[in-house]
Design a protein around this ligand. Structure first.
Ligand SMILES: [Cu+2]
Length: 318
């Protein structure tokens, strides 16, 4: 997979629900599909029947014209109306089940949409990370969603509903993930030039694995030992990378770009655009605008050796 530029995405489907919230939405969707299919079939049968039975025949007068048929009209209005009312209440019930009141529950994770990356903060810990969102299975999690710049929208179909992320406003989603796995989704509100690559990757882990992950994430950044990576660490601070990126435990404390404290432990980079490996990292550092046009990271003019040093440093940030 080295240097693979564009990763395939397997957007999880609402039909592979991996949470009770998503299962409720799937249930409602199936009810909808059944009702809509029944209507479609009825309409097709009636239309075909009428167009065959009453097709124009030679030397035939117009058939008898009917105007006004109260019984028929009551059915024609009543059935669709009953369906609309039924689905109105079914949708309300689903919304209440999927998005119950928060009460005084405080969020378990705060996710902020940025052009074009996801920032994740874990309240009660010192952890801030980006792009790959780790969550435990089997626990009812309250996600707080907001945005730093423009409107984004969180949607991982296998895990439940869609929710807008709006600057200056907090929205919430509940999720209880049934089984470990990687669940993919995408930003679902057009948010600018790189919206299409603003993918979501949720890594759902067993409680044991999740606790281990939390422990690793809470630790400061790995201190590079070899000369190359050490040179990279110096370059990172000198080249102003640190004004946009944070590497916990170093002087780099920038907040406008993704947190890179444990960047080396991520499997993908740039919101799932590509595999996180030295080839792609080299490409990105050589010319971010060529890899992801419009990305809010400037192009630096680096010698090849500097790219190698920065890459070595970043890869060691496990
Ligand atoms: Cu977005």
């Amino acid at each position: 997979m080295t240097g693979q530029l564009f990763l395939n995405i397997n957007p999880s489907s609402i039909f592979d629900a991996a949470s009770p919230q998503a299962a409720r939405i799937r249930h409602l969707t199936i009810e909808f599909i059944i009702a809509a299919s029944a209507i479609l079939i009825l309409v097709v049968i009636l239309t075909s029947f009428i167009s065959i039975k009453y097709r124009s025949k030679r030397q035939q007068e117009d058939p008898k014209q009917i105007t006004g048929n109260r019984t028929l009209e009551m059915w024609m209005v009543g059935v669709p109306l009953a369906l609309v009312i039924l689905f109105f209440f079914r949708s309300l019930a689903t919304m209440n089940a999927v998005l119950p009141d928060r009460g005084n529950h405080s969020p378990d994770i705060i996710i902020t949409g940025h052009q074009w990356f996801w920032e994740a903060v874990y309240p009660g810990t010192t952890i801030t990370t980006a792009n790959e969102i780790h969550l435990p299975v089997g626990k009812r999690i309250l996600m707080q969603l907001n945005a730093a710049d423009v409107i984004h929208d969180w949607w991982v179909p296998a895990l439940g509903g869609k929710m807008d992320m709006i600057p200056g406003m907090n929205n919430y989603l509940w999720v209880t993930i049934d089984r470990p796995g990687i669940y993919e989704g995408a930003c679902s509100e057009f948010c600018g030039q790189q919206h299409a690559w603003m993918r979501i990757r949720v890594v759902a882990e067993s409680p044991g694995d999740y606790t281990l992950w939390l422990r690793r994430e809470a630790a400061g950044a790995h201190v590079p030992q070899d000369t190359l990576a050490r040179a990279g660490a110096v370059l990172f601070l000198e080249s102003t990378c640190s004004s946009c990126h944070r590497v916990k435990g170093t002087a780099a404390a920038g907040l406008t770009g993704p947190d890179l404290t444990h960047f080396g432990s991520r499997q993908t980079m740039l919101t799932g655009m590509m595999a996180n490996d030295s080839v792609n990292l080299g490409r990105w550092l050589t010319d971010p605008q060529q890899v992801k046009p419009g990305a809010h990271m400037p192009r630096f003019i680096f010698a090849k050796d500097s790219i190698r040093a920065l890459t070595a440093y970043l890869e060691q940030l496990k």
